[in-house]
Design a protein around this ligand. Structure first.
Ligand SMILES: Nc1nc2c(ncn2[C@@H]2O[C@@H]3COP(=O)(O)O[C@H]4[C@@H](O)[C@H](n5cnc6c(=O)[nH]c(N)nc65)O[C@@H]4COP(=O)(O)O[C@H]3[C@H]2O)c(=O)[nH]1
Length: 845
């Protein structure tokens, strides 16, 4: 079907010349009118209403034998009621109507009161479709009527109309053998006869002849052209020998076109149906998607009135559908955006058809939220009004996360101080400014002293809590424009801008050290933490961030070396020291593998008999390049580097091996103690390591003593108790080293299976002259006696110290007064010299 005809309406093809008559008008008058107007129907009107229709086709129903028939009122012959169709109806629908009514004419009406506007016939519709091309492909053969009524020309017209009625034909062929011709009388001829009011001659007199003939193979298109050209409605169809095969009526051609049209129409309707189904499906899908969308959706019309919202809209804004339909979207306005913002949005929307951005809106409960909004202008065609679909999601949480990510990227999560990245950024900026303005800036490096011990003994959460409080205290010392950052662990950095005098930096550092003077309470434990600080100045100690930080770090190590809790400003000489430390670190990592460790033994002497009652194994590290390195220096480093457990295990094994050897050789069979790091309690399996060593070297556990420090119990007394008990079960003796310097709480001394207390050398050094110290040593001795513990004093160098300790009934003495720690060979000689008359295994059971 031609695209252009698709949307044709009745008004486009109808005939506006509506022929009307009164019901009383005679058939002859009506026929006359119809002939004059050359139309095939007349409408009968009464009191301004169309009440019926009389058509050319109705002529055959008239009884021409009745001489009065011409004067009969048309009302008796009309068809009533008249079927109507609105002038705006589409042609496709009209065709359907023609078929369902079985009529060939419809009255066209207009407006609400159905005023007659014209008439439309099936021929009008069919002709308007431009389907003549279709006729090209068909020949008359398929369309003509073979069984046609044919009669002699001498019969009456009344008989002719009778035949038409009976044969339901709109024509009759008339044969006239006298002239050897065939003529035709059609409904239209009957109409003419009615209009002339005369039918007294034989039929032949009214027939049209000669008839135009066409061969049966002629195309329908050609036949149609002939009919149009000659303004006739019938053609005789002849065969190959000129014999009459039948008649081809215009109506036959029209019904051919009509059936083609109907076929086309059916296809179109089918397609339309399919399209409708598809669009219904799409509509359903869209509806489902809108309803299921997690994004809020609001549709407004061109007057900006809300037409539709989805469930997510209600969820996000708190407004129910009924509360918002018919309202303006401004009801969601937060008041945070000015007119300019909305003007810009609308301009862009009109210009591009879409707007996207962040916008604050207000929920029903008054809460303001940030949404990511997309508005799309929907317009089916340029003439149609625009609709707007607003799709939004609440991005308040996302923004919060973004901010958090940003914070994480630039701030330390624990202390909320700037992190290394932000510190470096600020340092770079400060350097650029200082360079331009020729001013000085300072960088400080802070490291908490013995922080690792807090972490290892009290646990990480205590360590974290401590760091937080330290950060707070340090922050209080900050001046405007300064930056305090946490690099990680217990390392902090400080950037001081606008330094006018170097002494100010010292003052600043002192204030930081002072800030930590007061103990920090973590749970029920009070912790005194100190800090070692190093500083470097731009441009004196470095011109770039990396150098300045490196030099501040070196200065900080220097400050640790000189006793911690102090500040050191970088000096070029320090560089060498820091390199030295790095070298030690690297070498220490290799020392175990390279067998660079050995043990020295310091005898423990009976203060009264001066005989050897035991020995302490002390670790020595000899590096081929660095020489002898003191355990006081490398043990803390080994703890830091995580090497201490392996080193301790090596010592325990070496001691057991030595015990076995000396025992076998009959040189020494007293108890030997080995030092064990507090970290061994948390990082290793001490009892298992000892048991293994005893088994390997076949040593009686009673010949081994383990020296531990108080920090071993701080983290968990219960856990420590388990380890100590397990050691006791192996027969191993337990000694508490450095007693008096740590927590020295009586409570745990009573609860733990300790055998010996060792009075720390720092107290012994000051007895008996310093009153306070002497009192402490006396108290320790009294405590040991009351708990029935053995007592050993270490660091005894002087005779008066020995005398003081003898007074306190301290039996075992360790110190230079009797002997320094000795190599194996030296110790064997010492034993030889101090061998009692008979050395028996003096292990207390
Ligand atoms: N001024 C003075 N000092 C004296 C005197 N008598 C002994 N000393 C020294 O005092 C320290 C006693 O060991 P400590 O308190 O356990 O203190 C030890 C101990 O805590 C640790 N250590 C030593 N060997 C080991 C070991 O094998 N394993 C572990 N984990 N730590 C060890 O290193 C610390 C230092 O050991 P050393 O340098 O050998 O230092 C030893 C010893 O040489 C004296 O009369 N005057």
């Amino acid at each position: 079907m031609a695209q252009s005809s698709k949307k044709l309406r009745v008004e486009d093809v109808m005939s506006t010349e509506l022929l009307v008559c009164s019901p009383e008008q005679s058939l002859a008058d009506c026929a006359c009118l119809m002939r004059n107007e050359n139309v095939s129907s007349i409408f009968i009107k009464r009191d301004g209403q169309i009440i019926g229709v009389w058509t050319e086709g109705d002529c055959a129903k008239v009884d021409f034998a009745d001489p009065e028939v011409f004067h009969q009122p048309v009302v008796n012959y009309m068809t009533s009621p008249v079927k109507t169709v609105d002038h705006l109806t589409q042609l496709s629908e009209v065709t359907v109507l023609f078929h369902s009514y079985g009529f060939r004419h419809l009255l066209v009406t207009k407006g609400d009161d159905g005023e007659p506007a014209g008439v439309i016939s099936l021929s009008d519709v069919v002709r308007s479709q431009g389907l003549e091309h279709y006729l090209h492909f068909k020949t008359i053969e398929s369309s003509y009527v073979a069984e046609v009524p044919i009669t002699q020309g001498n019969i009456s017209v009344a008989s002719i109309s009778e035949i038409m009625r009976q044969r339901r034909s709109n024509f009759v062929l008339i044969d006239n053998p006298d002239v050897g011709q065939t003529g035709i009388i059609t409904e239209r001829d009957l109409l003419t006869m009615l209009s002339r009011q005369k039918v007294d001659k034989p039929a032949w007199q009214y027939a049209s002849w000669p008839l135009l003939t066409v061969h049966y193979t002629t195309s329908l298109f050609k036949a149609y052209q002939i009919l149009k050209l000659k303004q006739i409605r019938h053609l005789i169809v002849e065969g190959d020998d000129g014999e009459i095969l039948g008649v081809l009526a215009l109506r036959n051609i029209l019904s051919e076109i009509e059936s083609a049209y109907m076929q086309e129409l059916e296809t179109v309707l089918h397609q339309r149906d399919r399209a409708l189904k598809k669009s219904q499906k799409n509509l359903y899908l869209a509806e489902q998607i809108i309803n299921a969308s997690p994004d809020g959706i609001m549709i407004t019309d061109s007057r900006n009135t809300i037409m539709q919202v989805n469930p997510a809209f209600t969820q996000l804004t708190g407004y129910g559908e009924q509360e918002v339909l018919g309202q303006k979207p401004s009801m969601l306005s937060s008041g945070r955006h000015d007119k300019h913002f909305y003007d810009k949005m609308w301009t862009e929307l009109r210009h591009k058809g879409v707007w996207q951005g962040e916008i604050y809106n207000r929920k029903r409960n008054g809460e303001i939220f940030l949404e990511w909004l997309t508005i799309i202008c929907i317009r089916e065609s340029a003439e149609e009004e625009a609709l707007y679909a607003a799709i939004f999601s609440d991005i308040t949480e996302r923004k919060r996360n973004e901010k958090r990510i940003k914070t994480l990227a630039y701030f330390d999560e624990l202390t909320h101080l700037p992190n290394r990245r932000l510190f470096n950024d600020r340092l770079e900026m400060a350097l650029a400014t200082a360079h331009r303005d020729k001013t000085k800036i300072a960088v400080m490096f802070l490291d908490l002293d013995h922080f690792k011990q807090v972490n290892d003994t009290l646990g990480h959460s205590a360590g974290d809590a401590l760091l937080k409080q330290v950060a707070k205290r340090l922050q209080h010392c900050m001046h405007e424009g300064d930056t305090l950052a946490r690099l990680g662990g217990d390392e902090f950095t400080l950037l001081l801008t606008e330094i006018d005098e170097v002494k100010n930096i010292h003052r600043y550092a002192t204030s930081l050290i002072e800030a930590l003077r007061e103990p920090i309470k973590i749970g029920n434990t009070e912790i005194v933490i100190t800090t070692s600080i190093g500083g470097a100045i731009y441009p004196d100690d470095g011109e770039d961030a990396e150098t300045l930080l490196k030099h501040a770090d070196i200065a900080m190590y220097r400050s640790k070396e000189i006793g911690r809790n102090s500040f050191q400003l970088y000096k070029p000489a320090m560089n060498a020291r820091s390199l030295e430390r790095m070298a030690i670190e690297n070498k220490l990592k290799q020392a175990l593998k390279n067998n660079e460790f050995s043990l020295y033994y310091q005898p423990k002497i009976d203060s009264f008999t001066h005989q050897i009652v035991g020995a302490e194994a002390l670790l020595r590290w000899h590096d081929s390049e660095l020489g002898f390195i003191s355990p006081a220096n490398f043990i803390p480093l080994a703890e830091e580097l995580g090497l201490i457990v392996d080193i301790d295990i090596w010592v325990i094994n070496a001691v057991c091996k030595q015990i076995q050897q000396w025992q076998n050789k009959g040189i020494f069979d007293r108890r030997i103690s080995a030092n064990v790091s507090a970290l061994h309690f948390t990082q290793g399996n001490l009892a298992q390591s000892v048991e293994n060593a005893l088994n390997i070297w076949q040593v009686d556990g009673r010949l081994l003593e383990i020296e531990i420090t108080e920090s071993s119990f701080i983290r968990s007394l219960e856990d420590a108790k388990k380890v100590l008990k397990a050691l006791k079960q192996l027969g191993v003796s337990l000694s508490l080293d450095d007693f008096g310097t740590g927590y020295s709480a009586l409570s745990y001394l009573a609860r733990l299976p300790i055998d010996t207390l060792k009075i720390d050398a720092s107290f012994v050094a000051k007895v008996p002259d310093e009153y306070g110290n002497s009192q402490i040593v006396k108290a320790i001795a009294a405590m040991a006696h009351s708990l029935e513990l053995n007592l050993v004093a270490e660091g005894v160098e002087q005779a008066h110290q020995l005398a003081f300790l003898q007074e306190l009934d301290c039996h075992a003495i360790q110190g230079y007064f009797f002997s320094k720690p000795l190599s194996v060979e030296q110790f064997e000689l010492f034993c030889e010299a101090h061998r009692p008359a008979k050395i028996a295994l003096s292990v207390s059971s």
